[in-house]
Design a binder for this molecule. Structure first.
Ligand code: SF4
Length: 244
């Protein structure tokens, strides 16, 4: 996989060069978790995509769908030269749905992709680079106003397509935090996002890699039934069982 935003090696190297001890215990603990994951799984090179628009389109296509299926839909868009905002906007929803059917719920996702595309064209002339200059809170509120974009999709676009420092606190991340008693198991998406952002340096490259690594450990170990044996984060449980 290939990422077009940032370098997957950068945040790990940067953490190792921190001049002194982290300022608070939660921050230190989160960074230890991050480093343990980075050592085990290596650079994740998220998010695959040749352009910011392709990454944003992929964020819509992977909603409630495994990335492998979304990637087939992205490839189908590429094969028809439809990974450009102007061309998607000019394509009727029914035709677009036919192209992206590999991603599942194609009519719904075609509507959502067109809604996002219209917003990008109206607001930024289709140039996602302009999203780097707006105040983040206002930008996020506007993005959440696009039909069909929930917080996780909006934040994936902000982080991976626009390089803004927003943590994607998806189910994998929340599960690890809860099992390690860093957050309650009923913590909401926004609570978990706020937790990461409050305790970590506001660094898009770090957020990018940490989120990808949490997905990696979630798939390999922290499943519905946790497989703590052999998990790189087991040291943090300090002999306790994961919280239920
Ligand atoms: S599998 Fe166990 S050790 Fe690994 S992240 Fe989940 S709760 Fe922690």
């Amino acid at each position: 996989m290939r990422a077009s935003i940032g370098s997957a090696q950068t945040p790990l190297a940067r953490r190792r060069r921190l001049p002194g001890p982290p300022r608070d215990r939660v921050k230190a603990r989160l960074l230890r978790l991050y480093l343990a994951l980075a050592r085990r799984f290596g650079p994740q090179a998220w998010w695959p995509g040749r352009t910011p628009y392709e990454i944003a389109a992929g964020a819509v296509l992977t909603q409630h769908t495994a990335w492998a299926s979304a990637a087939r839909a992205v490839a189908a868009l590429r094969a028809r030269r439809l990974l450009r905002a102007e061309r998607v906007a000019a394509t009727p929803a029914a035709a677009l749905a036919g192209v992206i059917r590999a991603a599942g719920t194609p009519r719904l996702k075609a509507r959502r992709l067109r809604a996002l595309t219209r917003w990008l064209l109206d607001r930024f002339g289709g140039r996602l680079g302009a999203m780097r200059r707006l105040p983040l809170g206002r930008l996020r509120r506007e993005l959440l106003g696009v039909p069909g974009l929930g917080p996780e999709t909006a934040d994936a676009i902000l982080l991976y397509a626009a390089g803004r420092p927003v943590f994607v606190a998806d189910a994998y991340a929340r599960r690890v935090l809860a099992r390690h008693r860093l957050l309650g198991r009923r913590a909401t998406y926004e609570e978990a996002r706020g937790f990461f952002e409050a305790h970590l340096p506001s660094d898009p490259a770090l957020f990018n890699e940490f989120h990808a690594l949490l997905v990696a450990v979630g798939k390999a170990h922290c499943r519905t039934v946790p497989r703590c044996e052999g998990c790189p984060l087991r040291f943090d449980l300090r002999g306790r069982r994961p919280a239920r």
